[in-house]
Design a protein around this ligand. Structure first.
Ligand code: PAF
Length: 290
């Protein structure tokens, strides 16, 4: 019964076909929203999709595990693929078109473009995952060119990615509104991520300490220096035998550069990457948001 109430969702695998369909929508003056994903969808993605469907006449979701953004080929091989479950979830969340291209469709020839986002890409994820943001910019620009949405939705969990995509959109004169969406968390605070499904039970329990420590650091903010707080976060998480902090930095949310005193910025964000066993998790906390 419920299924009859679901909107029809069309699955498309070529750029030509998605463009033909969207051309018709544009002629009918329909607005187009877009959520790019790599699949293995969880509630965090679905919140983006629901918002996209609510704010636009047409909601396009792409599922494409982009090889050029994986600096660690093992990570690419282990990336979960759950296309059937993904399509089922997307249908229920209000998606109109799911675009699932092949690697050959998106990269008929190697993409040799080199983006340079300057200081924005030299820190945090950019420093620890060389080439990652170049790959992200390659695929997101190709998807933007194919879909030409009015609005595109990105999660704040990938805070640096969001900042870099905003910058790419500005520089390339895309007339696309980038909509940031808040991090969606499990009940114990762990930021939702497709990688969480690779954690075993013990690791999953330990992983909750990451967000727990970030939330606690918000309370300590007024009482310590930036440096002391950074050390405290790193030490607290590293005390847990299964966790190892790769980096934790407190940065200005626009420039992504480290701050050394609280007065250096009014948009202060703590960004972290932690190995939980073999699984690398990222999270962040905004110190100026309640
Ligand atoms: O955040 C992601 O899932 C990916 O980096 C994105 C934006 C879909 C590009 O492949």
């Amino acid at each position: 019964m419920y299924r009859f109430l679901l909107k029809n969702m069309k699955t498309i695998s070529t750029i030509k076909e998605i463009q033909e369909n969207l051309r018709t929508c544009r002629k009918e003056n329909k607005t187009i929203g877009f959520v790019p994903t790599m699949g293995a969808l969880h509630q965090g993605h679905l919140e983006l999709v629901k918002r996209c469907a609510a704010e636009n006449n047409i909601c396009v979701v792409s599922i494409f595990v982009n090889p050029t953004q994986f600096n660690d080929k093992n990570d690419l091989l282990k990336y979960p693929h759950t296309p059937d479950a993904d399509c089922d979830l997307l249908k229920r969340a209000g998606c109109t078109y799911v675009f699932i291209p092949s690697v050959e469709e998106m990269y008929p020839e190697p993409d040799t473009r080199q983006f340079n986002f300057g200081p924005l890409e030299k820190v945090m994820e950019g420093a620890f995952r060389p080439g990652h943001f170049n790959g992200v910019a390659q695929i997101v620009s190709k998807l933007f060119d194919a879909i030409m949405p009015d609005k595109a939705y990105f999660g704040e969990k990938d805070f640096q990615q969001l900042t870099i995509i905003r910058e790419m959109t500005r520089r390339m004169n895309y007339r696309i509104e980038i909509i940031p969406c808040p991090i969606v968390r499990e009940t114990d605070g762990l930021a939702m991520s497709s990688r969480n499904m690779r954690l075993n039970n013990k690791e999953r329990q330990e992983a909750a300490l990451i967000s727990g420590t970030l939330f606690e650091s918000r309370k300590l903010k007024g009482q310590t220096t930036v440096e002391e707080l950074k050390e405290w976060v790193i030490e607290t998480i590293n005390e847990s035998p299964g966790l190892e902090v790769e980096y934790f930095d407190i940065v200005d949310g626009n420039t992504l550069q480290s701050i050394s005193s609280w007065e250096d910025s009014s948009f202060r964000v703590g960004c972290i990457a932690v190995f939980c066993g073999e699984v690398r998790l990222i999270d962040n906390v905004q110190y100026d948001r309640l």
